[in-house]
Design a protein around this ligand. Structure first.
Ligand SMILES: Nc1ncnc2c1ncn2[C@@H]1O[C@H](COP(=O)(O)OP(=O)(O)OP(=O)(O)O)[C@@H](O)[C@H]1O
Ligand SMILES: [Mg+2]
Length: 339
Protein backbone atom coordinates (compact mmCIF):
# COMPACT_ATOMS: atom_id res chain seq x y z
CA UNK A 1 0.00 0.00 0.00
CA UNK A 2 1.42 3.41 -0.86
CA UNK A 3 2.34 5.62 2.07
CA UNK A 4 1.34 4.45 5.54
CA UNK A 5 -1.78 6.67 5.75
CA UNK A 6 -4.24 3.83 5.25
CA UNK A 7 -2.37 1.44 7.55
CA UNK A 8 -3.86 3.33 10.48
CA UNK A 9 -7.14 2.33 12.05
CA UNK A 10 -8.64 5.83 11.85
CA UNK A 11 -8.20 8.51 9.20
CA UNK A 12 -9.94 11.82 9.90
CA UNK A 13 -10.73 14.12 6.96
CA UNK A 14 -11.43 17.78 7.72
CA UNK A 15 -10.92 21.28 6.26
CA UNK A 16 -12.96 24.35 5.41
CA UNK A 17 -16.63 23.88 4.48
CA UNK A 18 -17.24 22.88 0.88
CA UNK A 19 -13.63 22.20 -0.14
CA UNK A 20 -14.22 18.50 -0.90
CA UNK A 21 -13.85 16.71 2.45
CA UNK A 22 -16.59 14.15 1.71
CA UNK A 23 -15.21 13.59 -1.79
CA UNK A 24 -11.68 13.01 -0.50
CA UNK A 25 -13.00 10.76 2.30
CA UNK A 26 -14.87 8.68 -0.30
CA UNK A 27 -11.75 8.45 -2.50
CA UNK A 28 -9.67 7.33 0.51
CA UNK A 29 -12.29 4.66 1.28
CA UNK A 30 -12.09 3.44 -2.33
CA UNK A 31 -8.28 3.31 -2.11
CA UNK A 32 -8.42 1.30 1.11
CA UNK A 33 -10.88 -1.20 -0.41
CA UNK A 34 -8.64 -1.51 -3.47
CA UNK A 35 -5.78 -2.34 -1.13
CA UNK A 36 -7.86 -5.24 0.21
CA UNK A 37 -9.05 -3.59 3.37
CA UNK A 38 -12.51 -3.63 4.92
CA UNK A 39 -13.15 0.08 5.32
CA UNK A 40 -16.02 2.17 6.63
CA UNK A 41 -16.79 5.78 5.80
CA UNK A 42 -18.22 7.43 8.91
CA UNK A 43 -20.06 10.62 8.07
CA UNK A 44 -20.34 13.00 11.02
CA UNK A 45 -22.38 16.20 10.96
CA UNK A 46 -24.08 15.12 7.77
CA UNK A 47 -24.60 17.95 5.32
CA UNK A 48 -26.65 16.95 2.32
CA UNK A 49 -26.46 13.65 0.57
CA UNK A 50 -23.13 14.01 -1.17
CA UNK A 51 -21.85 10.61 -0.09
CA UNK A 52 -24.99 8.93 -1.44
CA UNK A 53 -24.02 10.25 -4.86
CA UNK A 54 -20.37 9.37 -4.53
CA UNK A 55 -20.84 5.93 -3.06
CA UNK A 56 -24.45 4.80 -3.70
CA UNK A 57 -25.71 2.43 -0.99
CA UNK A 58 -26.37 -1.23 -1.78
CA UNK A 59 -27.78 -2.92 1.33
CA UNK A 60 -27.72 -2.42 5.09
CA UNK A 61 -25.47 -4.77 7.03
CA UNK A 62 -26.75 -6.98 9.86
CA UNK A 63 -30.24 -7.68 11.17
CA UNK A 64 -32.67 -5.49 13.11
CA UNK A 65 -30.92 -6.15 16.44
CA UNK A 66 -27.39 -5.78 15.21
CA UNK A 67 -25.51 -3.04 13.40
CA UNK A 68 -28.47 -2.66 11.04
CA UNK A 69 -30.81 -1.55 13.88
CA UNK A 70 -33.08 1.08 12.27
CA UNK A 71 -33.15 3.00 15.56
CA UNK A 72 -29.37 3.04 15.71
CA UNK A 73 -26.62 3.06 13.15
CA UNK A 74 -27.13 1.64 9.69
CA UNK A 75 -23.90 0.32 8.24
CA UNK A 76 -24.42 0.08 4.50
CA UNK A 77 -22.30 -1.77 1.97
CA UNK A 78 -21.37 0.46 -0.97
CA UNK A 79 -19.99 -0.65 -4.33
CA UNK A 80 -16.40 0.21 -5.12
CA UNK A 81 -16.22 1.60 -8.67
CA UNK A 82 -14.22 -0.83 -10.80
CA UNK A 83 -14.40 -3.52 -8.07
CA UNK A 84 -11.93 -4.18 -5.27
CA UNK A 85 -10.58 -7.09 -3.27
CA UNK A 86 -11.59 -5.37 -0.02
CA UNK A 87 -14.93 -3.84 0.91
CA UNK A 88 -16.39 -0.42 1.60
CA UNK A 89 -19.22 0.53 3.95
CA UNK A 90 -20.92 3.75 4.94
CA UNK A 91 -22.48 4.87 8.20
CA UNK A 92 -23.97 8.20 9.22
CA UNK A 93 -23.06 9.00 12.83
CA UNK A 94 -25.59 11.06 14.77
CA UNK A 95 -25.06 11.97 18.44
CA UNK A 96 -28.66 10.91 19.19
CA UNK A 97 -28.08 7.34 18.01
CA UNK A 98 -24.67 7.34 19.71
CA UNK A 99 -26.27 8.22 23.05
CA UNK A 100 -28.91 5.50 22.71
CA UNK A 101 -26.24 2.96 21.87
CA UNK A 102 -24.03 4.13 24.73
CA UNK A 103 -26.84 3.97 27.27
CA UNK A 104 -27.95 0.53 26.09
CA UNK A 105 -24.37 -0.61 26.53
CA UNK A 106 -24.09 0.90 30.02
CA UNK A 107 -27.55 0.34 31.49
CA UNK A 108 -28.95 -3.09 32.23
CA UNK A 109 -32.54 -2.33 31.14
CA UNK A 110 -32.92 -1.41 27.47
CA UNK A 111 -36.24 0.42 28.04
CA UNK A 112 -34.62 2.91 30.41
CA UNK A 113 -31.77 3.52 28.01
CA UNK A 114 -34.22 4.21 25.17
CA UNK A 115 -36.22 6.57 27.38
CA UNK A 116 -33.13 8.50 28.45
CA UNK A 117 -31.91 8.67 24.88
CA UNK A 118 -35.22 9.91 23.51
CA UNK A 119 -36.07 13.34 22.06
CA UNK A 120 -36.66 15.83 24.87
CA UNK A 121 -34.30 14.28 27.40
CA UNK A 122 -31.55 14.10 24.81
CA UNK A 123 -32.02 17.76 23.89
CA UNK A 124 -31.93 18.79 27.55
CA UNK A 125 -28.93 16.67 28.34
CA UNK A 126 -26.84 17.87 25.41
CA UNK A 127 -27.89 21.51 25.92
CA UNK A 128 -26.76 21.32 29.56
CA UNK A 129 -23.45 19.65 28.72
CA UNK A 130 -21.31 21.54 26.18
CA UNK A 131 -19.27 19.17 24.07
CA UNK A 132 -21.45 16.12 24.82
CA UNK A 133 -22.78 15.83 21.26
CA UNK A 134 -19.20 15.92 19.98
CA UNK A 135 -18.05 13.36 22.55
CA UNK A 136 -20.85 10.98 21.59
CA UNK A 137 -20.12 11.28 17.86
CA UNK A 138 -16.38 10.83 18.41
CA UNK A 139 -17.01 7.86 20.69
CA UNK A 140 -18.99 6.08 17.97
CA UNK A 141 -16.33 6.75 15.34
CA UNK A 142 -13.73 5.38 17.76
CA UNK A 143 -15.88 2.27 18.22
CA UNK A 144 -16.01 1.75 14.43
CA UNK A 145 -12.20 1.86 14.34
CA UNK A 146 -11.65 -0.76 17.04
CA UNK A 147 -10.44 -4.28 16.28
CA UNK A 148 -12.84 -5.50 19.01
CA UNK A 149 -16.08 -3.64 18.54
CA UNK A 150 -18.49 -3.11 21.42
CA UNK A 151 -21.57 -3.31 19.18
CA UNK A 152 -23.01 -6.82 19.58
CA UNK A 153 -22.55 -8.92 16.46
CA UNK A 154 -20.58 -6.27 14.61
CA UNK A 155 -17.73 -7.28 12.32
CA UNK A 156 -14.64 -5.14 12.85
CA UNK A 157 -13.28 -2.89 10.14
CA UNK A 158 -9.60 -2.56 9.24
CA UNK A 159 -10.00 1.16 8.78
CA UNK A 160 -12.50 3.89 9.57
CA UNK A 161 -12.38 7.02 7.39
CA UNK A 162 -14.13 9.81 9.28
CA UNK A 163 -15.79 12.45 7.10
CA UNK A 164 -15.44 15.02 9.88
CA UNK A 165 -17.15 18.40 10.24
CA UNK A 166 -15.47 21.57 8.99
CA UNK A 167 -12.40 23.07 10.69
CA UNK A 168 -13.50 24.67 13.99
CA UNK A 169 -16.14 22.07 14.72
CA UNK A 170 -13.69 19.27 13.90
CA UNK A 171 -11.27 20.66 16.50
CA UNK A 172 -14.08 20.52 19.08
CA UNK A 173 -15.07 16.96 18.07
CA UNK A 174 -11.49 15.65 18.13
CA UNK A 175 -10.72 17.48 21.37
CA UNK A 176 -13.93 16.40 23.18
CA UNK A 177 -12.65 13.07 24.63
CA UNK A 178 -9.58 14.74 26.21
CA UNK A 179 -11.72 17.62 27.46
CA UNK A 180 -14.17 15.24 29.19
CA UNK A 181 -11.31 13.16 30.58
CA UNK A 182 -9.86 16.32 32.14
CA UNK A 183 -13.10 17.65 33.57
CA UNK A 184 -14.56 14.35 34.79
CA UNK A 185 -11.19 13.14 36.15
CA UNK A 186 -12.67 9.88 37.54
CA UNK A 187 -15.50 7.52 36.57
CA UNK A 188 -16.52 5.89 33.29
CA UNK A 189 -16.60 9.12 31.23
CA UNK A 190 -13.07 10.03 32.30
CA UNK A 191 -11.89 6.48 31.60
CA UNK A 192 -13.46 6.32 28.17
CA UNK A 193 -12.38 9.88 27.32
CA UNK A 194 -8.81 8.94 28.16
CA UNK A 195 -8.92 5.79 26.01
CA UNK A 196 -10.44 7.60 23.00
CA UNK A 197 -8.09 10.59 23.21
CA UNK A 198 -5.19 8.12 23.54
CA UNK A 199 -6.20 6.62 20.16
CA UNK A 200 -6.62 10.04 18.55
CA UNK A 201 -3.28 11.35 19.81
CA UNK A 202 -1.35 8.24 18.74
CA UNK A 203 -0.03 8.89 15.19
CA UNK A 204 0.37 5.16 14.62
CA UNK A 205 -3.39 4.69 15.03
CA UNK A 206 -4.88 7.98 13.82
CA UNK A 207 -3.99 10.22 10.87
CA UNK A 208 -5.64 13.58 10.20
CA UNK A 209 -5.96 14.78 6.60
CA UNK A 210 -6.68 18.46 5.93
CA UNK A 211 -8.40 19.20 2.63
CA UNK A 212 -8.36 22.64 1.04
CA UNK A 213 -8.79 24.27 -2.31
CA UNK A 214 -5.98 26.40 -3.75
CA UNK A 215 -7.60 29.69 -2.82
CA UNK A 216 -6.60 32.32 -0.31
CA UNK A 217 -9.17 31.81 2.47
CA UNK A 218 -9.22 28.00 2.45
CA UNK A 219 -5.39 27.93 2.48
CA UNK A 220 -5.30 30.37 5.41
CA UNK A 221 -7.84 28.20 7.23
CA UNK A 222 -5.83 25.02 6.49
CA UNK A 223 -2.67 26.60 7.90
CA UNK A 224 -4.49 27.72 11.04
CA UNK A 225 -6.21 24.37 11.35
CA UNK A 226 -2.98 22.37 11.59
CA UNK A 227 -2.01 24.49 14.64
CA UNK A 228 -5.47 24.41 16.21
CA UNK A 229 -5.65 20.62 15.85
CA UNK A 230 -2.26 20.23 17.53
CA UNK A 231 -2.84 22.75 20.29
CA UNK A 232 -6.49 22.22 21.12
CA UNK A 233 -7.05 18.56 20.21
CA UNK A 234 -3.54 17.10 20.52
CA UNK A 235 -3.73 15.49 17.06
CA UNK A 236 -1.22 15.72 14.26
CA UNK A 237 -2.01 16.42 10.63
CA UNK A 238 -0.26 13.83 8.44
CA UNK A 239 -1.35 14.96 4.97
CA UNK A 240 -2.66 18.01 3.15
CA UNK A 241 -4.84 17.51 0.06
CA UNK A 242 -5.36 20.42 -2.29
CA UNK A 243 -8.53 19.67 -4.21
CA UNK A 244 -9.82 21.02 -7.51
CA UNK A 245 -6.48 22.11 -8.94
CA UNK A 246 -6.51 23.41 -12.53
CA UNK A 247 -3.60 22.67 -14.86
CA UNK A 248 -1.24 25.68 -14.96
CA UNK A 249 -0.35 25.57 -18.66
CA UNK A 250 0.90 29.05 -19.46
CA UNK A 251 4.21 30.85 -18.85
CA UNK A 252 4.27 34.45 -17.57
CA UNK A 253 4.92 35.74 -21.12
CA UNK A 254 2.00 33.71 -22.48
CA UNK A 255 -0.27 35.04 -19.74
CA UNK A 256 0.69 38.60 -20.68
CA UNK A 257 -0.05 37.87 -24.34
CA UNK A 258 -3.43 36.35 -23.47
CA UNK A 259 -4.25 39.37 -21.29
CA UNK A 260 -3.44 41.73 -24.17
CA UNK A 261 -5.64 39.79 -26.61
CA UNK A 262 -8.55 39.12 -24.25
CA UNK A 263 -10.59 42.30 -24.82
CA UNK A 264 -10.79 41.58 -28.57
CA UNK A 265 -11.49 37.86 -28.73
CA UNK A 266 -13.95 35.87 -26.59
CA UNK A 267 -11.99 32.61 -26.98
CA UNK A 268 -8.81 34.30 -25.82
CA UNK A 269 -10.75 35.88 -22.94
CA UNK A 270 -11.75 32.39 -21.77
CA UNK A 271 -8.13 31.19 -21.99
CA UNK A 272 -7.02 34.36 -20.17
CA UNK A 273 -9.49 33.76 -17.32
CA UNK A 274 -8.34 30.14 -17.02
CA UNK A 275 -4.67 31.17 -17.06
CA UNK A 276 -5.23 33.75 -14.32
CA UNK A 277 -7.14 31.32 -12.12
CA UNK A 278 -4.59 28.55 -12.58
CA UNK A 279 -1.75 30.96 -11.81
CA UNK A 280 -3.56 32.23 -8.70
CA UNK A 281 -3.99 28.61 -7.58
CA UNK A 282 -0.28 27.91 -8.13
CA UNK A 283 0.61 30.85 -5.87
CA UNK A 284 -1.76 29.63 -3.14
CA UNK A 285 -0.44 26.07 -3.45
CA UNK A 286 3.11 27.37 -2.98
CA UNK A 287 1.97 29.37 0.05
CA UNK A 288 0.39 26.29 1.61
CA UNK A 289 3.50 24.20 0.98
CA UNK A 290 5.68 26.82 2.68
CA UNK A 291 3.62 26.80 5.88
CA UNK A 292 2.27 23.26 6.06
CA UNK A 293 4.23 20.79 8.17
CA UNK A 294 2.82 17.63 6.53
CA UNK A 295 3.30 16.57 2.89
CA UNK A 296 0.86 18.11 0.43
CA UNK A 297 -0.67 16.38 -2.59
CA UNK A 298 -2.99 17.77 -5.24
CA UNK A 299 -6.16 16.51 -6.88
CA UNK A 300 -7.44 17.85 -10.21
CA UNK A 301 -10.71 19.64 -10.76
CA UNK A 302 -12.99 17.04 -12.34
CA UNK A 303 -15.02 18.17 -15.35
CA UNK A 304 -18.79 18.38 -14.93
CA UNK A 305 -20.99 19.90 -12.26
CA UNK A 306 -21.93 16.89 -10.18
CA UNK A 307 -19.42 14.20 -9.31
CA UNK A 308 -20.30 10.53 -9.46
CA UNK A 309 -18.66 7.20 -8.56
CA UNK A 310 -16.43 7.23 -11.68
CA UNK A 311 -15.04 10.64 -10.70
CA UNK A 312 -14.32 9.32 -7.21
CA UNK A 313 -12.48 6.35 -8.77
CA UNK A 314 -10.40 8.79 -10.82
CA UNK A 315 -9.64 10.93 -7.78
CA UNK A 316 -8.68 7.75 -5.90
CA UNK A 317 -6.15 7.01 -8.70
CA UNK A 318 -4.69 10.47 -8.29
CA UNK A 319 -4.60 10.19 -4.52
CA UNK A 320 -2.75 6.91 -4.85
CA UNK A 321 -0.17 8.50 -7.16
CA UNK A 322 0.26 11.39 -4.73
CA UNK A 323 0.65 9.06 -1.76
CA UNK A 324 3.27 7.04 -3.66
CA UNK A 325 5.25 10.20 -4.32
CA UNK A 326 5.03 11.16 -0.65
CA UNK A 327 6.23 7.68 0.34
CA UNK A 328 9.15 7.89 -2.10
CA UNK A 329 10.20 11.40 -1.04
CA UNK A 330 13.07 11.87 1.45
CA UNK A 331 11.79 11.16 4.93
CA UNK A 332 11.44 14.71 6.23
CA UNK A 333 7.71 15.21 6.81
CA UNK A 334 7.91 18.72 5.45
CA UNK A 335 9.53 17.68 2.18
CA UNK A 336 7.12 18.73 -0.55
CA UNK A 337 6.56 16.22 -3.32
CA UNK A 338 6.61 17.29 -6.93
CA UNK A 339 3.06 17.32 -8.23
N1 LIG B 1 -11.97 17.53 -7.52
C1 LIG B 1 -13.21 17.98 -7.73
N2 LIG B 1 -13.57 18.38 -8.96
C2 LIG B 1 -14.83 18.86 -9.20
N3 LIG B 1 -15.78 18.97 -8.26
C3 LIG B 1 -15.48 18.58 -7.01
C4 LIG B 1 -14.18 18.07 -6.67
N4 LIG B 1 -14.18 17.76 -5.37
C5 LIG B 1 -15.42 18.06 -4.90
N5 LIG B 1 -16.19 18.55 -5.88
C6 LIG B 1 -17.59 19.01 -5.76
O1 LIG B 1 -17.60 20.10 -4.86
C7 LIG B 1 -18.72 20.05 -4.00
C8 LIG B 1 -18.26 20.01 -2.56
O2 LIG B 1 -17.60 18.79 -2.33
P1 LIG B 1 -17.83 18.00 -0.96
O3 LIG B 1 -19.27 17.83 -0.68
O4 LIG B 1 -16.97 16.77 -1.01
O5 LIG B 1 -17.21 19.08 0.03
P2 LIG B 1 -17.25 19.09 1.62
O6 LIG B 1 -16.02 19.74 2.07
O7 LIG B 1 -17.55 17.72 2.13
O8 LIG B 1 -18.51 20.04 1.88
P3 LIG B 1 -19.27 20.26 3.29
O9 LIG B 1 -18.41 21.19 4.10
O10 LIG B 1 -20.58 20.88 2.86
O11 LIG B 1 -19.44 18.91 3.93
C9 LIG B 1 -19.53 18.81 -4.40
O12 LIG B 1 -20.55 19.19 -5.28
C10 LIG B 1 -18.50 17.95 -5.12
O13 LIG B 1 -19.12 17.12 -6.07
MG1 LIG C 1 -19.08 16.99 3.36
Amino acid sequence: MPHDLLQRRLVVVTGKGGVGKSTVAAALGVLAARAGRRAVLAEVGRRGDVLDTLVPPVAPVGDAEGPGDPDGFVETAVPVPGGAPGALFHVSVSPEAALREYLRDQLPIAGIADLLGSGKLFTGLTAATPGLRELLAMGKVWELAQPDRRTPGATPYDLCVMDAPASGHAVTVLGAPAQFARTARVGPIARQGTIISGTLEDPAQTGVVVVTTAEELPVTEALELQDALAERAGVRVVLGVVNGVLPDRFSAAERDALGAGAPHDPAIAVADAHARRAHGQALQLARLRRGFRAPVITLPAAPGRRLGPDDVALLADRLEQGLRRVAAAPSSPTTPEAS
